[in-house]
Design a protein around this ligand. Structure first.
Ligand SMILES: Cc1cc2nc3c(=O)[nH]c(=O)nc-3n(C[C@H](O)[C@H](O)[C@H](O)COP(=O)(O)O)c2cc1C
Length: 210
């Protein structure tokens, strides 16, 4: 069995989303040690920002007229799309930055879509664990309610566009203990962390056992 794991944090060893993905992966492997993990860390090894437009330009030209740059962009898009098609499950650690989806994750998503056919359900019915993390709090009644422009987008792409059987795990207030303004919320943040960690491990274990 093959699982595709994508990480997009720019925070290296301090990443809360990668920490959640590690927990899901460890529990997955405890159930199915024979699983092959295909990994891409688009935060530390970013995809080229111009590859998406180059791949799209190439679509509208006969192959023998592609520039070398366009040819390489198409190849990259096809590789990313094939990784999704070939995976039997995916674990995606995709953080929120600047109130939205991380640019590294967005380029990965755009390229994967560009490499497929129109509306292709790249993960049709396959299990997907999406682990998303954010520094602040965006719950109902909070001052920033409605400012999370990341989570609904990820759900839209992974579940609705790609057709995956989505397990979404969110952790808020990851900056509590780092940003003093969040000190009054430290206790809540710790509870949210514990719940997200348990949910990530459970998801890995449960989906691997299916
Ligand atoms: C450049 C940058 C921008 C960020 N922007 C926001 C933001 O707009 N809202 C927020 O709640 N947290 C923000 N954060 C905090 C991250 O959401 C938080 O650190 C989260 O844990 C990110 O996931 P990661 O730990 O896997 O990188 C930002 C962090 C960085 C580094």
């Amino acid at each position: 069995m093959t699982v595709l794991r994508i990480d997009a944090s720019i925070q290296g060893p301090n990443s809360a989303s990668s920490e959640l993905a590690d927990l899901a992966e460890a529990e997955w492997l405890a159930v199915r040690p024979e699983t092959t993990f295909v990994r891409r860390h688009v935060g530390t090894d970013p995809l080229p920002a111009d590859a998406w437009s180059l791949a799209l330009q190439a679509r509208w030209l006969p192959e023998d007229q592609h520039t070398e740059q366009q040819r390489r962009a198409v190849e990259l898009a096809t590789t990313l799309t094939d990784e999704l098609r070939q995976a039997e499950a995916v674990i995606l650690a995709l953080p929120l930055y600047n109130y939205g989806v991380s640019q590294h994750a967005k380029i990965w998503i755009d390229l994967a879509i560009a490499g497929g056919s129109q509306g292709e359900r790249l993960l049709d019915g396959k299990p997907a664990i999406v682990l998303t993390t954010r520094g602040g709090g965006y719950g109902p009644g909070t001052p920033r309610e409605g400012w999370d422009h990341n989570t609904a987008y990820l759900r839209r792409i992974v579940a609705d566009v790609w057709g995956a059987d989505l397990t979404l795990i969110e952790r808020e207030l990851t900056l509590a203990g780092v940003n003093p303004a969040l000190d009054p919320l430290l206790e809540t943040a710790n509870l949210l962390k514990k719940a997200a960690h348990e949910a990530a491990g459970d998801a890995g274990r449960t989906l691997a056992a299916r």
